[in-house]
Design a protein around this ligand. Structure first.
Ligand SMILES: CC(C)(COP(=O)(O)OP(=O)(O)OC[C@H]1O[C@@H](n2cnc3c(N)ncnc32)[C@H](O)[C@@H]1OP(=O)(O)O)[C@@H](O)C(=O)NCCC(=O)NCCS
Length: 168
């Protein structure tokens, strides 16, 4: 699969370990953005996370990726695919943007491009997703992307609504 994925406003590319400082400023250190993601983390953990996703992309051909706004070249968040609950075998769509960049359709725009790749080049048959009960904005994004509710799963330390999207 060829990255960067380009959408009208966004460039989606693998993590580079050097992204950690900007990503911490934009996302992992933003209490509002991290509210449903177990809270802000220490900058050292953001550094480990950037390295983890960079390695995951090399190993699996997919991972959580960096999302940049093409007009500015600045990081606005992350989005991508990872093994569900860290283990798979299902593949999970995820996304998170700094709160300064919410409400502009970025999650939907990035999500659509990633879904096209998942069912295209990566030839997956299904994607799954989870989001917290209180995260109504994320539930709305999943609905716009075509995901349908499919019960609940305990994952990432929480019992959460679970969604699936089948190819086609
Ligand atoms: C959830 C999140 C990714 C949405 O990103 P975004 O770029 O603002 O999303 P979009 O603009 O593409 O779409 C948001 C939609 O939800 C709607 N929305 C916004 N806040 C909402 C709320 N509190 N409840 C319900 N819908 C809401 C918007 O109106 C929009 O819908 P519309 O296009 O029909 O008007 C963003 O808020 C975020 O990064 N949150 C923190 C991290 C996170 O929770 N990630 C998801 C983990 S599962």
């Amino acid at each position: 699969m060829a990255l960067p994925l380009l959408t009208p406003r966004l460039a989606i590319r693998p993590y580079d370990p050097d992204d950690h400082e900007q990503m911490h400023e934009v996302l992992y250190g933003d209490p509002e953005a991290m509210r449903f993601l177990n809270g802000v983390i220490h900058p050292d953990e953001t550094k480990r996370t950037a390295r983890h996703y960079a390695e995951m992309h090399v190993r699996r051909g997919y991972a959580c990726w960096v999302v940049e706004e093409r007009e500015t070249g600045f990081i606005v968040g992350e989005a991508g695919l990872q093994p569900f609950g860290g283990e798979g075998p299902d593949v999970e769509l995820g996304y998170a943007f700094g709160s300064a960049h919410w409400g502009r359709g970025f999650a939907t725009e990035a999500g659509r491009a990633i879904i096209d790749e998942a069912f295209g080049d990566l030839a997956l048959d299904q994607l799954v997703a989870v989001t917290r009960d209180e995260n109504t904005a994320s539930q709305h994004v999943l609905g716009k992307l075509g995901f349908v509710p499919a019960g609940r799963r305990t994952v990432w330390g929480h019992d959460q609504p679970y969604y699936v999207l089948d190819r086609g």
